[in-house]
Design a protein around this ligand. Structure first.
Ligand code: UTP
Length: 291
């Protein structure tokens, strides 16, 4: 079996749920405390041993590319003013992985964005990390999914249970337990409209590992929910022909494409932050007493 060396990060969406913040700044560049969303995601892929990463961007998103470039003037300034630790941190960013960028010319959906990666991926399995989902935990969620791919030899989706009243905003999976945190996934539906369509409250959240056969399926996939080419609709075929594996990854996922997710991430990552965490904790305790 071919090892997983490549990852695709779709980051071309319009980010309408976090407007106006995302009008001129890509939502993938919004920070959680002091690091942009996209850097957390690239770090997670690198921690899984991924060597090559393709980031799918779109018009107005060149700040993402700039973030992973060298910044000689800034680096000189940091060195010259004795800020060695900050220099080391900034100078290491371009070396996190071998990054390539292409543009999705029209935002026709996540499935269409993944299809833009066909030439980059070639004939290999690959990981997909959704560009607005940050997962924080002891283990890289991508590494957990890659391990399941190597164990079962099937496409893998990262899954979590979602609140029942929210399932109509997510995908819903037919998922039977097969191991610790592992499930056989044999059916799925994107954004079920009626309770009868709900297969379970397990949903695909933020990560998957796919075989290259997905491209042939995506090429035949018509627009689905919201008029967009849905990755879930293509994965449904994989699930029905031989099945997929669901992994309930151990980390916590923050939906940085929505305002509440942004606030939750800021609070939880802020509390754990080495520099500002203790002062932030004290601030929150005082604030909570007044709520
Ligand atoms: P979302 O549906 O969460 O992103 O897609 P969006 O379209 O930006 O969201 P809203 O509804 O307008 O707020 C999940 C991921 O897929 C990418 C997004 O950038 C996000 O990282 N995506 C989505 C693309 O790359 N291309 C698309 O056409 C759609």
């Amino acid at each position: 079996m071919k090892p997983i060396r490549k990852a695709v990060i779709p980051a071309a969406g319009l980010g309408t749920r976090v407007l106006p913040a995302s009008k001129a700044i890509p939502k993938e560049m919004l920070p959680i405390v002091d690091k942009p969303v996209i850097q957390y995601i690239v770090e997670e892929a690198a921690a899984a041993g991924i060597e090559e990463i393709l980031i799918i961007t779109s018009r107005g998103k060149s700040a993402i590319e700039d973030h992973f470039d060298r910044s000689p003037e800034l680096e000189q300034r940091l060195l010259g003013s004795g800020k060695q630790a900050l220099y080391d941190e900034i100078a290491a960013i371009p070396g996190l992985a071998n990054l390539t960028f292409i543009r999705q010319k029209e935002t026709k959906g996540l499935g269409h964005a993944v299809l833009c990666a066909k030439a980059f991926v070639g004939d290999e399995p690959f990981a997909v990390l959704y560009g607005d989902d940050v997962i924080i935990g002891e283990q890289s969620a991508t590494a957990e999914l890659c391990a399941a791919y190597e164990k079962y030899g099937k496409g893998v989706v990262g899954i979590k249970e979602v609140p029942h009243e929210m399932i109509h905003n997510y995908s819903s999976l037919k998922a039977e337990p097969i191991g610790p945190r592992e499930f056989a996934v044999t059916d799925m539906i994107e954004k079920p409209k009626t309770p009868a369509e709900v297969l379970s409250y397990y949903s695909i959240l933020g990560r998957c590992v796919l075989p290259p056969e997905i491209f042939g399926i995506l090429e035949q996939t018509p627009p689905g929910a919201g008029g967009e080419i849905q990755l879930t609709d293509a994965m449904l075929q994989l699930a029905r022909n031989g099945g997929m594996v669901g992994v309930d990854y151990t980390g916590t996922r923050y939906d940085m494409g929505n305002k509440l997710g942004m606030l939750q991430a800021a609070v939880e990552v802020g509390l754990a932050h080495a520099e500002v965490g203790p002062a932030f904790r004290q601030y929150l305790k005082n604030l909570a007493g007044r709520l």
